[in-house]
Design a protein around this ligand. Structure first.
Ligand SMILES: C[S@@+](CC[C@H](N)C(=O)[O-])C[C@H]1O[C@@H](n2cnc3c(N)ncnc32)[C@H](O)[C@@H]1O
Length: 223
């Protein structure tokens, strides 16, 4: 039996074991970014921005791990349809347990990125592996307790993120929210731009994109 424990994410406890990434506080901003898109306040007293998407949207969480992002989104936005995918069967087993424990109705699918996803969601959220194993500042000893599959990616850590951007563009999916180290943001924004995705917002490690160009607010002259 693998040793399991509980880890808190967005105020709820998740079962984790060595098959999944330990949820990180920086990933919580991904939830705030989605709530912002649907015009829902994510902090008491903070006025929400104007909704860009309806609250009954369809979301695919790619690389769900413990399920923390997918489950939080379903619980914060009960009218959404949430599909959670991972390439790892073992991770999906933990994510399903967490969804049951927290009574979140999620659809789970084993898939390499979007390969087996046959719906066109309104939004893709993805905290994929983005650590470059050559980064000198990473604590490899501390990270050794988590799955290699959840942490590292080739091409400066950007291999999977680039592949996902290609798939999202091929399928003409309107909204994409990604997590990456801030030192990678410029390269990701440039890559996405070439596939006609504009950066909408950056919050810490979280980048939001929308297909097409983001036009500045036009102020029309009044007659
Ligand atoms: C950084 S972890 C994120 C887990 C969770 N979403 C979170 O934020 O805590 C990345 C996850 O992506 C999964 N993954 C790695 N390669 C993948 C691929 N090609 N397609 C889908 N999922 C993948 C890993 O198994 C892992 O669960």
């Amino acid at each position: 039996m693998k040793e399991s424990s509980l880890s808190n994410f967005y105020g709820r406890d998740y079962l984790i074991n060595p098959d999944v990434l330990i949820p990180r506080p920086e990933t919580e901003l991904m939830i705030d970014a989605v709530l912002n898109l649907v015009g829902k306040s994510y902090l008491p007293g903070v006025k929400p921005s104007e909704a860009i998407l309806p609250q009954d949207l369809t979301i695919v969480d790619v690389g769900t791990g413990s399920g923390c992002v997918a489950i939080t989104l379903k619980l914060e936005l009960p009218d959404t349809r949430v599909v959670a995918t991972d390439i790892s069967k073992k991770a999906l087993r933990i994510a399903e347990k967490n969804a049951n424990n927290l009574s979140a109705k999620i659809e789970f699918l084993q898939s390499d990125l979007l390969d087996r996803v046959d719906i066109k969601p309104d939004l893709i959220v993805a905290n994929l592996p983005y650590v470059d194993e050559n980064w000198e500042w990473i604590d490899k000893e501390a990270l050794s307790k988590e799955p290699v599959l959840a942490l590292y990616a080739d091409n400066g850590g950007l291999e999977l993120i680039y592949r996902l951007i290609d798939q999202v563009a091929e399928r003409d999916i309107k909204h994409l929210i990604l997590e990456a180290d801030p030192c990678q943001h410029e390269r990701i924004i440039n890559y996405a731009k070439k596939r006609n995705y504009s950066q909408q917002e950056t919050r810490g490690f979280i980048l939001s994109f929308v297909s097409g160009r983001v036009l500045p607010n036009l102020v029309l002259p009044q007659n």
